[in-house]
Design a binder for this molecule. Structure first.
Ligand SMILES: [Zn+2]
Length: 205
C-alpha cells in the first residue's frame, strides 16, 4: 500500500497487527476513527491505555479483574467450595452466561501444549494445588476444551489433585471433540456442567 502520510501508515500498521485484521480492514478502521470527533478518538485511546495499565488478575482465581480479588471470588452468594478450572477468561464468561454455575473459578491461563513449549509451570497450576490443599474444597470441576491440549491438561491436573480425596469431575462432552469451550452454545455448555461426570469415568476405556 502506498500511503500519502506516515502517520496514516503507522496507525494502519498498528491495527493490522490485531488478529484477523488485514491491511484493508485496518485502513478502513483508521479512516473511520479519523472522521470521528477529537474527544471520541481520545477516549478510545485512553480506554486502551487504562485497560493495559490498570487491569489486574484476581489473586485467588487469576481471572481478569478491576480489583485484587475479582467480583466472583468476593461475592458472598457464590459457593467457594466448588472450583471450576478453565483455560482463560473467555471460558469464565461463557460459563457465567449459562446461569447454571454458582461456584468459583480457577483460570489456568492456557493449556499444556508441548508443541508450543507450554508446560505446567507456565500455567496457574501450583496455585490451584495450593488452593485445594489450604482451603475447604468439596469438588473440582475440570472444564477444558475437548482437544489434545485439553486432554493433556486434564490428565496432568488429575494426577496433581487425586491425592486430596475430593471429587474431580469433568464436564460432559456434549461438546464435540476438538470443540473450544467458548464456542459452545449456552444451553449445551450449561447442560454439560450440570451433567458432569467423575474424571475417571470420562476416559475412553
Ligand atoms: Zn477471583
Amino acid at each position: 500500500m502506498n500511503f500519502s502520510s506516515q502517520l496514516l501508515e503507522d496507525a494502519v500498521n498498528e491495527f493490522a497487527k490485531l488478529p484477523g485484521v488485514g491491511q484493508k480492514t485496518a485502513l478502513r478502521l483508521v479512516l473511520h476513527l479519523l472522521n470521528k470527533e477529537q474527544e471520541e478518538v481520545s477516549h478510545f485511546g485512553r480506554t486502551l491505555i487504562r485497560l493495559k495499565e490498570e487491569i489486574k488478575h484476581c489473586q485467588v482465581c487469576h481471572n481478569i479483574s478491576d480489583h485484587n480479588i475479582c467480583s466472583i471470588c468476593s461475592a458472598p452468594k457464590r459457593d467457594g467450595e466448588t472450583i471450576c478450572v478453565v483455560e482463560d477468561t473467555r471460558d469464565v464468561m461463557a460459563i457465567e452466561n449459562t446461569n447454571q454455575y454458582f461456584g468459583v473459578y480457577h483460570v489456568l491461563g492456557g493449556l499444556i501444549s508441548p508443541m508450543d513449549g507450554i508446560g505446567p509451570s507456565d500455567l496457574n497450576i501450583d496455585s490451584l494445588v495450593q488452593r485445594v490443599s489450604t482451603t475447604s474444597v468439596k469438588e473440582v470441576i475440570l472444564a477444558l476444551s475437548a482437544n489434545m491440549e485439553g486432554d493433556t491438561t486434564l490428565f496432568y491436573l488429575h494426577k496433581r489433585l487425586k491425592d486430596f480425596q475430593i471429587p474431580i469431575t469433568t464436564i460432559a462432552r456434549g461438546i464435540a471433540f476438538g470443540g473450544e469451550l467458548e464456542y459452545a452454545d449456552e444451553i449445551t455448555l450449561g447442560r454439560s456442567i450440570l451433567t458432569r461426570v467423575p474424571y475417571e469415568n470420562s476416559l475412553i476405556k
